[in-house]
Design a protein around this ligand. Structure first.
Ligand SMILES: [Zn+2]
Length: 315
């Protein structure tokens, strides 16, 4: 596990490497991004680099005693706080602050990772803020959040915030092809549906229900293509029971209608994302002209953008 394990986050990784190299490490960091975007992995690699004993700049080295302890999940300098029940409570914050203040520790930095930090209660955030105002020596707090606005502005202002970027479908697909043994179409579907979030793609590959949903999406689009509006709206209603399900369906539809657009091109061999359904795509393409296809694609894109910016988060 090192910085190469973190996909598509060059700005964040560059800043963290620089902080270690130039010995300009902040007391508090916020890594903000959806579930599955690599926040925890990034925090773990940063903690490992901060404690690496190599003389070289390329930390973490993976070979020193500290790195080896990290790799066996056995390093005394790292603490992970998670919600107990629905929240992270003031008691947990007080306990961890007392622990990092007192405990004799190995040289290097103590790193406290607060997972789902937005679940800190108001009291817990107040206590945490006091800690940030007078931080224990050589201690770094990393808050992992899906939404920074759920933290007190005073907490945010005392931390360096980084946003996890969405990575490209191609990057996800390449990673999955390299690391997982599934059919190309299954991998393409997971990559497209993951909406730029690698963890979502990996979860999708191992989730039979989500794989089954791809078959249902094709069936839904066939109903739309046959102008069966009552049937298609009923089927869509059954498939979409959450924001994530709506995003997955829309991402799939976008890839599908783009494939149909490609089918209109005059070339010898069409390269479709959904190549296992090439015959259906070609048939549906016969019923749609390019203007109509571009309008459909535009509506899907605008709906995705609307969901991303307006709809309340359920993840
Ligand atoms: Zn090392």
């Amino acid at each position: 596990m090192n910085y190469n394990s973190i996909l598509g986050q060059p700005v964040l990784v560059g800043s963290l490497k620089r902080a270690v190299k130039e010995d300009m490490v902040a007391n508090g960091y916020i890594f903000c991004g959806p579930k599955g975007s690599g926040k925890k992995l990034t925090a773990a690699v940063f903690a490992k680099a901060l404690n690496c004993r190599s003389e070289e700049d390329d930390k973490p080295c993976g070979n020193c005693t500290s790195c080896r302890k990290f790799d066996s999940n056995n390093h005394p300098n790292i603490e992970i706080i998670k919600p107990t029940g629905a929240s992270i409570k003031i008691k947990q914050i007080r306990e961890i602050v007392a622990k990092v203040a007192k405990r004799p520790f190995e040289s290097g930095f103590k790193v406290v990772i607060l997972d789902e930090a937005e679940k800190m209660t108001q009291d817990a955030q107040d206590a945490f803020l006091k800690t940030l105002e007078e931080p224990p020596a050589n201690t770094i707090f990393i808050l992992l959040v899906q939404n920074q606005y759920s933290l007190l502005p005073t907490v945010v202002s005392r931390c360096q915030t980084f946003f996890m970027r969405k990575i490209t479908t191609q990057q996800i697909e390449n990673y999955l092809l390299e690391h997982y043994k599934y059919d190309k179409e299954q991998i393409s579907f997971a990559a497209i549906s993951a909406n730029g979030i690698i963890g979502r793609a990996i979860e999708m590959l191992s989730n039979k229900e989500l794989q089954e949903s791809r078959r249902l999406y094709v069936s839904l689009i066939s109903k739309i293509s046959n102008n069966s509006y009552t049937e298609s709206s009923a089927a869509a209603g059954e498939l979409v029971d959450s924001r994530e399900a709506a995003e997955r369906l829309l991402d799939f539809m976008l890839s599908w209608y783009r494939d149909i657009l490609i089918s209109k091109q005059d070339c010898e061999k069409h390269v479709f994302v959904n190549s296992d359904n090439a015959d259906i795509i070609m048939r549906q393409g016969e019923k749609l002209d390019e203007n109509k296809l571009n309008r459909i694609i535009d509506v899907i894109k605008r709906t995705i953008s609307y969901i991303n910016h307006k709809a309340p988060k359920t993840v």
